[in-house]
Design a protein around this ligand. Structure first.
Ligand code: SF4
Ligand code: SF4
Length: 192
């Protein structure tokens, strides 16, 4: 079931009908009743497809604007696209990112993250790390199933965070159009 984006139009001034309140209350009750009887019919007939997602067998295809847990973009070579500049670490309001930069001279890379850790128990999925990253190396994924009984297991290391670039294409296309980046998403280096 594809996710739907509903654009809510908020006008600064109410019309005279809206200012009377009563017509709007009746309109609200009509919407509630319509939903109630549609759902009731679904429960009686067993056709719940239109209003229930049979989780976990069925999953919602979240819109491209959806922000799940942040992940690291992995190049075809297996290396992270990240150059360990530290901007995401600086931008993160909950201080849940920690990076240890390293050098990989043999591969022609000045810097790469020797260690990249995100403490997901503190992450609030705000997306500021993604916005701050000049390399499109950290993006918000659709993953939200992070529940755990053990806080320690929510410290995600670089190897757990890496996701192949091809699987993140929809999000990357979205942020390129949304942030209107002048370099159009082209990476500054691809030799990794
Ligand atoms: S989504 Fe927000 S809180 Fe989570 S790591 Fe990124 S900047 Fe930090
Ligand atoms: S993910 Fe992006 S912002 Fe964060 S250290 Fe790597 S290149 Fe810099």
């Amino acid at each position: 079931m594809p996710g739907k984006v509903i654009v809510v139009e908020r006008r600064a001034k109410l019309t005279w009908v809206e200012r009377l309140y009563l017509p709007m209350i009746v309109k609200g009750l009509a919407v509630t009743s319509r939903r109630f009887f549609r759902n009731l019919a679904g429960f009686i007939t067993g056709n719940r497809k239109s209003f229930v997602v049979q989780y976990p067998e069925e999953r919602v295809d979240y819109p491209d604007a959806f922000r799940g847990m942040p992940v690291l973009v992995q190049l075809e070579s297996g290396q992270p696209k990240c150059v360990a500049c530290g901007l995401c670490e600086f931008a993160c309001p909950t201080d849940c990112i920690s990076i240890v930069p390293g050098e990989l001279e043999a591969a022609g890379i000045e810097r790469y993250p020797e260690k990249f850790e995100i403490e997901m128990s503190r992450c609030m999925f705000c997306g500021l790390c993604e916005e701050a990253c000049p390399e499109e190396a950290i993006v918000m994924s659709r993953e939200v199933e992070l529940a755990s009984y053990d806080r320690g297991s929510l410290r995600f290391q670089k190897e757990q965070l890496l996701v192949p670039e091809s699987l993140l294409k929809r999000r990357l296309d979205f942020i390129r159009s949304d942030y209107d980046r002048p370099h159009g998403g082209e990476p500054s280096r691809r030799s990794a």
